[in-house]
Write a protein that binds this ligand. Sequence first.
Ligand code: GLU
Length: 311
Amino acid sequence: MTVGRFAPSPSGRIHLGNILCCLLAWLSARQKGGKVVLRIEDLDTARCPRRYAGQMIQDLRWLGLDWDEGPETGGPDGPYFQSERTALYQAALEKLEGLVYPCFCTRAELHAASAPHREDGQAVYAGTCRTLTPAQRAERARLRAPALRIQVPDREFSFIDGHMGPYTENLARDCGDFLLRRSDGMFAYQLAVVVDDAAMGVTEVVRGADLLSSTPRQLYLYQLLGLTPPEFYHFPLLLAPDGRRLSKRDADAGLDNLRGRGTAEALLGRLAQLAGFHPSGEPSTAMGLLGEFSWESVPQADIRLPENLFS
Ligand code: GLU
């Protein structure tokens, strides 16, 4: 049975990027007769207060994208808020113990020691704290609470993305030891997403291409935890009309604005047209797009939004 998921981080009002993500995840799973799980990725509780999650749920309902398991709906794999699942992340962390070490680097130190930056702008961790002796660790722990990192091997992790094709990364060279928990105790996305997708029986992950380069790290964690990874489908990013990455500051792309300007069907029809599988652009329900959707029709290159989405 195919199990897809919506995994939004509600740090603001749902925007076009989230909507496209949920639409594609829904179509991809439903077309195979699969079910959909809604998980709220609110690890950063300060940035993702509950009221935003509630609003996001209402917005998804307005769009007509339904799910089988999630907050309110319930289901066997809850809780569906990551902020309520920390015991599971802690248990996974303990399983990885032999490879995990405390990192005391400050932001400034990380910046100063940064090895070459990767394409996505993230620094490759230089491994500074990997070789500290127990005495040095104890000494530093007196001054500062450490973050936790996992050692990565010097080898390639490859997979075939269902949409973008083959992708490979050498974790030591391209990423470095990565964070599993921040110094303030917050679990890292990479760990939480793996634990949750596996625990919720997710068989396909649909998300933006900005997360393509996270996948090798996640595959490494799947391997270490003895879990089966899902299939991955990364879709192209939406760009503002001037070519910039869409951000929360693009008020036009927020659903509060969009809801005032047209129906859910008009919005889905336009988005589906931009995503390549609904040439007419006519208003449509999500259900109405099921017959037309195919991953082959979706472009691989980023999609630039027109000046006026509804003209
Ligand atoms: N919560 C992430 C986001 O909203 C998505 C993570 C994922 O799909 O793996 O960007």
